[in-house]
Design a protein around this ligand. Structure first.
Ligand code: ATP
Ligand code: MG
Length: 420
């Protein structure tokens, strides 16, 4: 474009005045552009006014492109007109050009300004690419996208981890999972569905991998068993990595990442094998039937070093809708997909037999009457089915080696944060 007239707009990254020559560096999501003002060429007035533009203001520049090897990206703009579209106040709530990290809370309080930092923005652009690759993957597998309600009357798994809301004269909650609705759609003959949407958990946890609102990628497939949906799941993860590696080289470079695409099939380890592995660790006493704690998960992750599945869980620690093995009902067809750092997804072949489902609900100490809207779909022909739920932010944070799930969510919701 050498010699062409262009109009550029962006944030003022910095201004530098070297006497007879001044630089105005603009920034947008694609990078920096240098505007070079030679006092003799632009005149005193424009030269002076540009020096007073505050950093981070939004500016539009008209001018001529000139190849300049010393400028960022190999060109500069010789301006004929510089217009401030929106001036930034001083001081800034945080400095987007600052190399040193500032406190997470400060960053989240001024998230709009934080996201102007290229390395922060890059993660969200990659997240969008992940979503696109997953949707394409699902469409390619003839899976139908659906939406299920987030305002619901009953808990998915019973329990208390729900946010109550006022809904006219009724009691209602924010849904913790689309699980029951996905299953009802199997009874509706939709066969293969996926949903990408929010889940709400009223847990008071304060960890780097939990939030109270998260985006879940959910799949449910009729006439499939646990093994089949596990291969759809590992295929989805590999595809997301592959797509990002191929299409997000600019963002990966900004983040300083060299993305390794994992290879399918992932290792399958049964819960019982995992317990045996964990018992090699000194001082650990885990009983068969205990849920694996964070320490054990970390130990397994370090030992295995790549994505893996944990299968064949005790029926007692998986939800009522997980199908027990017929010949060994104390074990079920539930699985977790693990990244060495944390759980990414949970899934299972589901109970599709009405009587067994009622029995399982009762066994879990829940009242079947509260699940009538769901159970009804199991009385008139329900195909066998299986599915899973994958946490979007956990997929992205492990892919991009982000320390905290809050770095993978634009406006995170946790125990202490409800704004912005
Ligand atoms: P964990 O044991 O890590 O708390 P979970 O087993 O309670 O997770 P599931 O109910 O199995 O979670 O939900 C399926 C997936 O949704 C999880 O594997 C995770 O990726 C994501 N997820 C669940 N709860 C949260 C949360 N509070 N914050 C972020 N992601 C979540
Ligand atoms: Mg789980």
């Amino acid at each position: 474009m050498d010699g062409r007239e262009v109009v550029l707009a962006g944030f003022v990254h910095e201004t530098r005045d070297l006497g007879g020559i001044a630089f105005l560096v603009l920034r947008d999501r694609k990078g920096l552009a240098q505007i070079t003002l030679v006092k003799k060429m632009v005149g005193k007035e424009m030269f002076k006014s540009v020096r007073t533009i505050s950093r981070e203001s939004v500016v539009q520049v008209r001018g001529q492109v000139k190849a300049e090897p010393k400028a960022p990206r190999g060109f500069e703009i010789l301006p004929t007109d510089v217009r401030v579209l929106s001036a930034a106040q001083v001081p800034l709530p945080l400095d987007p050009t600052e190399k040193v990290e500032c406190e997470l809370d400060t960053r989240l309080d001024a998230r709009f300004m934080d996201i102007r930092r290229p390395c922060v923005l890059a993660a969200f652009e990659i997240e969008s690419a992940v979503l696109r690759s997953l949707r394409d993957y699902f469409y390619g597998q003839k899976i139908t996208e659906v939406f299920t309600p987030k305002i619901v009357a009953a808990a998915t798994e019973g329990g208390t981890d729900l946010f109550p809301i006022s809904y006219f004269e009724k009691e209602a909650f924010l849904n913790q999972s689309p699980q029951l609705y996905k299953q009802m759609l199997m009874g509706a003959g939709m066969d293969r569905v996926f949903e990408i949407g929010p889940i709400f958990r009223a847990e008071e946890h304060d960890t780097r991998r939990h939030l109270n609102e998260a985006i879940s990628i959910d799949v449910e497939i009729s006439f499939a068993d646990d093994k089949e949906v596990m291969s759809i799941l590992e295929g989805a993860v590999v595809e997301a990595y592959r797509y990002v590696a191929e299409n997000c080289s600019y963002q990966l470079e900004v983040m300083g990442l060299d993305l390794q695409v994992p290879k399918a099939p992932f290792r399958r380890i049964t819960y019982t094998e995992a317990l045996e592995m964990a018992s090699e660790r000194a001082g650990v006493k885990m009983q068969w039937g205990d849920d694996l704690d964070t320490e054990t998960e970390r130990f397994l992750g370090e030992t295995i070093g790549e994505h893996y599945f944990l299968t064949d869980w005790p029926s007692s620690i998986k939800p009522y809708y997980t199908l027990p093995y017929e010949d060994k009902p104390e074990i079920c067809r539930g699985f977790d997909l693990m990244h060495p750092r944390m759980e990414l997804a949970s899934g299972a072949q589901r109970v599709h037999d009405y009587s067994l489902l009622v029995e399982r609900i009762v066994e879990k100490g829940l009242d079947p009457d509260g699940f009538e809207f769901y159970l009804k779909a199991f009385r008139y022909g329900m195909p066998p089915h299986a599915g899973w739920g994958l946490g979007l932010s956990r997929l992205v944070m492990t892919m991009l080696k982000l320390e905290n799930i809050r770095d993978a969510v634009i406006f995170p919701r946790d125990r202490r944060r409800l704004v912005p």
